[in-house]
Ligand binder design. Structure first.
Ligand code: PA5
Length: 460
């Protein structure tokens, strides 16, 4: 099981100005936390609550269909391209980066056990899209177009380019190279996919993009590159069971949520830094940043009062950021709560050879890169303490399907509980929709003339 250590947020450790009397706070908030967890678990099966993501571990039929699809296309493709943006891409990217062998796309077929290379086109940069098209063979490529709404401009424009190219290059066979993941009821992608006869997976109702990593949105990409989705789902289910515990002393997501909330309202820590000490977890920070920002950055609370809440998430990477952002984290404004993620056992132990005796570097010989990384993580933590900066540490035994699923699910529940503490709706994104509408208006989509008028006025 994943562990959360909150020693370094205590007033007894970093002083009263920046630290919390956590024993007193747990006592004060334990009933509120129990109420929130009970309520989330009561509402998780009610339509319209946006909480179906909590039940994705039980969507056995989807899991079965995904596995069947992956085995049907086994050995057929050299590449898979994922088209999606925001919540439709970040979970897939984070998990595949964490779990596939490093530099996956540079490995040969045998090293990849004949599973395809994977490319995420989660931005509409014309040069990078064109660049990818120059280096892959579309005849050996599967495209998974993922958009819950079914009409996101970025994703659908890339899809239109690829569909056109594939049709020209592959003739009628192109249909077998496209798999769509979208909503059953809304959006144009479902319509196109049905009409064209693509394989379709559905994003269940009440699962928002940023909470969709364990739906077909994530599971299809995971399964086609050979990740064990049964282990992923078992990590989710076990963590779900643990997090149904209403006792603040036992529930790590509730602890993380409450500490962030209290650090904001009592200690002015309005920035939340996610800093894994593992390059493989780099994109977990990107995923977390989106989850945290879109869920918690809200103008209105549940009573429609203006609150403008939200903890600004920042991504950082250990040890790299010790030579970059850490100076600011230590000496700049004391407005951050840092969450470290530490891996107890890496897959590899990499020894540093004893080849130099210079005082400056000789001491490194005979140690391991693992020792060095751990020493750096410890030093960073202690330096932060010297400057009275609060930090949390999440520890994971090793990087595998089970543990990564646990980590992501734990952070999803932490986000949900934090949203409840702020009394906001963590599952909508009105300003994202507003900006999407402006884009539609600018690009001349019918029905958006009103937004076009507002835009013209504001841009003039
Ligand atoms: O988390 C969210 O809801 C958003 O980030 C969406 O995932 C993003 O806007 C993409 O939307 P869609 O999946 O409809 O294309």
């Amino acid at each position: 099981m994943i562990k959360l250590n909150y020693r370094n947020i205590k007033d007894s450790v970093i002083g009263c100005e920046n630290g919390l009397n956590i024993d007193e706070m747990f006592l004060q908030y334990k009933d509120r936390i129990a109420e929130i967890i009970t309520s989330l678990n009561e509402r998780r099966s009610q339509a319209g609550e946006g909480l179906e993501w909590m039940n994705l571990g039980d969507h056995e039929q989807t899991i079965w269909y995904v596995k069947e699809f992956a085995s049907m296309i086994r050995n057929r493709f050299d590449n898979v391209i994922i088209l999606g943006i925001g919540g439709s891409a970040l979970g897939g990217l984070a998990v595949t980066e964490a779990l596939l062998k490093p530099y996956w796309n540079l490995l040969d077929n045998e090293q990849r056990n004949n599973f395809p290379k994977i490319f995420f086109l989660d931005n509409i940069d014309p040069d990078s899209m064109n660049g990818l098209l120059q280096v892959i063979d579309l005849k050996k490529t599967l495209v998974n177009v993922i958009t819950k709404s079914g009409d996101t401009a970025e994703t659908m424009s890339q899809f239109m380019i690829l569909k056109d190219l594939m049709q020209k290059e592959l003739g009628d066979d192109y249909r077998k190279h496209i798999v769509a993941t979208t909503d059953k009821k809304m959006g144009v992608l479902n319509h196109i996919a049905n009409q064209e006869g693509y394989k379709i997976f559905y994003v269940p109702d009440d699962v928002g993009g940023r909470f969709s990593v364990f739906s077909a949105v994530g599971l299809v990409p995971f399964a086609v590159v050979g990740l064990d989705i049964d282990k992923i789902i078992s990590g989710v289910k076990d963590m779900d069971l643990a997090l149904q515990n209403t006792d603040i002393y036992e529930n790590i997501s509730a602890q993380g949520a409450l500490i962030h909330y209290l650090m904001d309202i009592y200690k002015g820590k309005k920035i939340s830094v996610m800093m894994p000490y593992s390059s493989r977890l780099k994109y977990i920070s990107d995923w977390f940043v989106q989850l945290w920002a879109e869920s918690l950055g809200k103008e209105l609370n549940n009573n429609f009062e203006r609150v403008n809440v939200g903890l600004t998430p920042i991504k950082a990477l250990g040890a790299t950021d010790e030579h970059s952002q850490m100076q600011l984290f230590n000496e700049g404004p004391n407005d951050k709560l840092i969450t470290f993620i530490r891996i107890n056992n890496f897959d590899t132990v990499l020894e540093i050879p004893k080849i130099f005796e210079y005082t400056g570097i000789g001491y490194l010989g005979g140690k391991t890169i693992n020792d060095l990384l751990n020493a750096e993580a410890d030093s960073t933590q202690v330096t932060l303490l010297d400057y009275s900066r609060p930090s949390l540490t999440i520890s994971i035994d090793s990087i595998d399907e089970y543990n990564i699923a646990q980590l992501l699910y734990m952070l999803e529940v932490q986000t949900a509980i934090t949203g409840e503490l702020y009394e906001i709706n963590a599952y909508n994104q009105p300003s994202v929709e507003q900006s999407k509408n402006y884009t539609y208006a600018l690009m001349g989509r019918a029905g958006y003339e009103g937004s076009a008028d507002i835009l013209r006025e504001k841009l003039s």
